[in-house]
Ligand binder design. Structure first.
Ligand code: PMP
Length: 392
């Protein structure tokens, strides 16, 4: 067979992180590279009980084809949680369950992006979004992510152009890869611009509940509901293997996205949606999340302290939640070369370059503190400090 491929797939790259993770699986390696939630918090016994209950109570009804939009009680649960947490009055009709929030990115690309369309993305940005949206061949326009959120000067410059983007993608809480969050003022400023310039934001929020410091801030979706699709996920707060995410879509977009979902896979796994819902009925999600964020918070402090001790002079972000922090190395250090040395010292991280759409920034790195305990973090960062001293 002579291979042939659609043009739209010519430029889609394999996930760089997945390639890196292959190197980091050696048990000798302390890996801060993965973006995996800590499996110590997977509620396997509770999920076993919930699965049995669904099968017993619902019999074959639990196993039939079901609605494209998702399991109605689960959508109601999510809508109610937006009200409890943010005072948002959300109809369950506007919540569509997806196969992980990752699928929401694909569906939105399918429905909204033409080849060559400008698409604004925070920079550095989530690699999975760059990958999912690349399939639809947009022209990515990076806007720097600062300590308090999107760089408004850069955003305004892009929005001043006559053919400016209609779509903006960003992670407002504890961003992947930097751990940074948008401040209250920055959220309002972004919302104002969305409305003024008729732009739709894809507000991706898989980490928002994992706050261990500071106060919860309103999603931009609350400030500009017609101009935002707010994505959420159970991956980081319950389990990722269920592949359960959702999007809160404005009325004008709901039908088209539902059709795209129908065409893609008819519906998300109905049994798994019911098991998760049964789990949420029988257990207190807030207590569960408290346990996760307490531990992640401790591990983040351990990583900060180890960085100050072993990597003096290296700049890094101070996340208030989530799983990642971001190193800014001295200008002349190429993080990819550093990665190759670090692997020899049995410590791994993700070099920052693939997270940029303007790939000329080489001196950054993403570290996850979610998966390692405090002693392992101390040892891993001391190894990293040795490697950094070698190259300085
Ligand atoms: N968005 C961001 C910012 C993420 O970090 C991830 C997971 N790494 C996802 C979306 C996808 O999550 P899921 O499909 O598991 O819901």
């Amino acid at each position: 067979m002579q291979p042939f491929f659609a043009q739209r797939f010519a430029k889609v790259e394999p996930s760089f992180i997945r390639e890196i993770l292959k190197v980091a699986v050696n048990p000798e390696v302390i890996s801060f590279a993965g973006g995996l939630p800590n499996p110590a918090f997977f509620p396997n016994e509770e999920l076993a009980v919930a699965s049995a209950r669904v099968l017993q109570n619902k019999g074959n009804g639990a196993l039939q084809y079901s609605a494209t939009e998702g399991f109605a009680p689960l959508r109601e649960y999510i809508a109610e949680r937006y009200f409890q947490q943010h005072g948002m009055r959300v109809s369950p009709d506007n919540i569509l369950i997806t196969n992980g929030s990752q699928q929401a990115l694909d569906l939105l690309g399918k429905v909204l992006v033409n080849e060559g369309d400008n698409l604004i993305i925070e920079e550095p940005g989530y690699l999975g979004a760059i990958q999912a949206l690349s399939v639809y061949q947009p022209n990515f326009q990076g806007v720097a992510l600062n300590d308090d959120g999107l760089d408004l000067n850069e955003l305004d410059a892009l929005l001043a152009q006559p053919d400016h983007a209609r779509l903006l993608y960003g992670v407002t809480n504890f961003q992947n890869p930097t751990g940074l969050s948008y401040s209250r003022e920055n959220r309002q400023a972004v919302a104002d611009r969305l409305i003024k310039h008729n732009v739709l934001m894809i507000e991706d929020n898989p980490y928002g509940e994992l706050r261990f410091e500071g106060e919860h801030l309103p999603p931009i979706a609350k400030l500009a509901p017609e101009n935002v699709v707010l994505m959420g996920s159970f991956s980081k707060v319950v389990v990722p293997s269920f592949r359960l995410g959702w999007m809160l879509v404005p009325d004008w977009l709901r039908q088209k996205v539902t059709i795209a979902k129908q065409a893609a896979d008819l519906h998300t796994n109905g049994f798994v949606q019911q098991v998760l819902h049964a789990y949420l009925q029988e257990n207190n999600l807030d207590d569960h999340i408290d346990r996760i964020r307490t531990v992640y918070g401790r591990q983040k402090i351990a990583m900060e302290q180890a960085l100050l001790k072993h990597c003096p002079g290296i700049d890094f972000t101070r996340p208030e939640g989530g799983m990642f922090l971001w190193l800014k190395l001295p200008q002349h250090i190429d993080a990819m070369a550093l990665f190759n040395l670090a692997i020899k010292e049995n410590v791994a991280f993700v070099p920052g370059q693939p997270f940029y759409v303007r790939p000329d920034i080489l001196n950054t790195a993403r570290l996850s503190y979610a998966g390692a305990d405090e002693a392992t973090i101390e040892e891993g960062i001391s190894r990293l400090g040795r490697v950094i001293r070698q190259v300085l």
